[in-house]
Design a protein around this ligand. Structure first.
Ligand SMILES: [Fe+2]
Length: 298
């Protein structure tokens, strides 16, 4: 990519890239004002180019503006615990506690048949010392694979489950009944090892060890080490960046383009709110090629 570190987007917003492989801060936006079509397009352009983007200084906004921002990326998912604001998933953690920090590499909703496309996370009361969020580029991780591995995984799918990786009653599931409830709500699904982005057509590695059960059609003695080997590509620092939260900050990431990791070293309690938008089923290479064929002029 020859893009300079800082540049102006077509609609006038400024982008300042965080790392060569991933991330950009976008400035020039005041979300207390209605989001113009040109600025919404700038945000999508920057997101698809860099996988994750960040806004600062938006502490004056509330739920209404957060929701309006999310709508620039798709239709908000309504499955949160508050019936007044079902689009909101609270993201809260106590000082020095691991619970609620999402401290393993993952993309949101990987265990569901239609994982969210984009996550929009707003800091209400963030921790400014510790409690960073790390991001790693799925497109860089895929591009870094050798050709033999790319060919090996092109058609492979793996099984993913929210509950099945955990023994009943473990950790935040709390009880065997809660485990049963979650397993019924999210029965195991399969996902492609390589995803194709529905807008850009770019390929990304879509493998994690957080919810993966094994490769479809492969013995676990072979499949699980392969998943671990692939997931380990996300751990390379040259594919990563690290975001330190501050009041008024917003992170927006595309779950097909990056994975993230909540570092569980927050020195104070923290509170953030997340909205995600619908994304449809994750496209495999075969899905993408079939879709392109369907769309091709006769
Ligand atoms: Fe997450």
């Amino acid at each position: 990519m020859t893009t300079p570190q800082s540049y102006t987007l077509p609609g006038g917003l400024k982008a300042h890239r965080c790392q060569p492989a991933i991330g950009a801060e976008v400035s020039g936006l005041d979300l207390t004002q209605p989001l113009s079509a040109a600025h919404a397009e700038d945000l999508r352009t920057a997101l698809y180019a860099h996988g994750v983007i960040f806004l600062r200084g938006q502490q004056a906004i509330g739920f209404k503006e957060h929701l309006a921002l999310a709508k620039a990326f798709g239709t908000p998912i309504e499955d949160g615990p508050d019936p007044e604001r079902p689009q909101i998933t609270p993201v809260a953690a106590k000082a020095f506690k691991r619970e609620g920090t999402a401290s393993s590499w993952h993309s949101d909703g990987n265990y569901s048949p239609e994982p969210p496309a984009v996550s929009i996370l707003r800091a209400l009361d963030p921790c400014t010392f510790g409690g960073d969020t790390c991001f790693s580029s799925a497109t860089a991780a895929y591009a870094g694979l050798d050709d033999e591995t790319k060919a090996q995984i092109e058609k492979l799918r793996y099984r993913s489950s929210l509950a099945e990786r955990m023994p009943k009653g473990y950790g935040h599931f709390g009880s065997p009944e809660k485990w049963d409830e979650l397993n019924a709500k999210y029965p195991p699904v399969t996902q492609p090892c390589v995803s194709v982005h529905p807008v850009t057509g770019g390929r990304g590695l879509y493998v994690n060890t957080t919810w993966s059960l094994g490769i479809v059609g492969m013995d676990d003695s072979e499949g699980l080490p392969l998943i671990q080997r692939l997931a380990a590509h996300f751990y390379r620092p040259e594919y990563q960046m690290r975001w330190t939260w501050e009041k008024g900050a917003i992170a927006i990431w595309d779950n097909r383009l990056v994975q993230h990791y909540g570092v569980p070293d927050q020195t104070t309690d923290r509170s953030l709110e997340r909205i995600t938008v619908h994304g449809g089923a994750v496209l495999s290479i075969a899905d993408w090629e079939a879709r392109e064929k369907d769309l091709a002029p006769a």
